[in-house]
Design a protein around this ligand. Structure first.
Ligand SMILES: [Zn+2]
Length: 273
């Protein structure tokens, strides 16, 4: 009887030791260490496809996506990005002014960067339109405005160290081609092809760091040579997500509104803290 009790005790102790030894591995394996969010300004979801956007298509195949996302009303660059960052659209007390210049008041509500800091990320914001400077707050560790090289700046940001990194990258190009040559025009598709090629090294880098979350989205689309109107195409945007450790199936073909990005990130990052 005593021998049996001793054996049971020994097994219990060994089991506890094994669980304790494995616990740090289990917790560490569940932690996202690299977050990359790319907003391709003025990207119409219908423009995504095998030939034009090989890189994004690969991410779509690996992960989840919806091509039925919707922007703010009106669907304009700064309003939409403000809603993305803060979770609040212009109709609910969010930003209603689509213009901003350096020196003017910046955002004073909590943004996705505060959520990232709460999860101990080093944060970077790389953008290519001055007005997005409105979105810089104390929770942004590193930021840079660069019309043409925001992708390269994001690559440098991830290369600097192996620390936990959270990066929001805004890419211009389609917002210039759309109004001149038209949304979905040959020139627009060509510009998108180059944007898709340009982000490949960045995406490969983030994937190589492991424990990542990559999101590709946009602020709004457009139609013919205009945007920002009530035309249904103007409010369209895609949401593409992939991760090697986070469970994302619940987001497949979801009814996505731009104000939901903040909560999606909270759900993924806080859950995995
Ligand atoms: Zn825009």
């Amino acid at each position: 009887m005593n021998t049996r009790r001793t054996t049971v005790r020994m097994f219990t102790r060994i089991s506890i030791l094994i669980i304790l030894a494995l616990l740090p591995c289990i917790v560490l394996a569940a932690e996202i260490k690299s977050v990359l969010i790319i907003s391709i300004d003025s990207l119409h979801p219908d423009a995504l496809g095998e030939e034009t956007t090989k890189t994004i298509n690969e991410i779509m195949k690996k992960g989840v996506f919806t091509l039925n996302g919707s922007s703010t009303a009106p669907p304009l660059t700064l309003l939409s990005h403000s809603a993305m960052f803060s979770g609040v659209g212009p109709d609910k007390g969010g930003l209603t002014e689509n213009n901003w210049e350096s020196g003017q008041k910046q955002i004073d509500v909590k943004t996705i960067f505060d959520d990232a800091k709460r999860n101990h990320f080093f944060t970077g914001f790389f953008y290519s339109k001055e007005k997005l400077g409105y979105l810089i707050s104390g929770a942004v560790d590193q930021c840079q405005l660069d019309q043409d090289f925001s992708v390269e700046n994001a690559i440098e940001f991830f290369k600097e160290s192996n620390a936990k990194k959270f990066c929001f990258l805004h890419i211009s190009g389609l917002d210039r081609t759309g109004p001149v040559e038209g949304w979905m025009s040959d020139g627009y598709m060509e510009e998108l092809f180059f944007i898709d090629e340009s982000i490949r090294p960045l995406i490969d880098l983030v994937i190589s760091r492991k424990d990542y979350l990559i999101i590709i989205t946009s602020d709004h689309a457009g139609h013919e040579k205009t945007h920002g109107s009530e035309h249904q195409d103007d409010a369209k945007l895609p949401l593409v997500m992939t991760s090697d450790i986070a469970e994302l199936t619940q987001y497949q073909e979801m009814r996505y509104h731009v104000t939901q990005l903040k909560n999606i990130l909270i759900n993924i990052l806080d859950f995995r803290k």
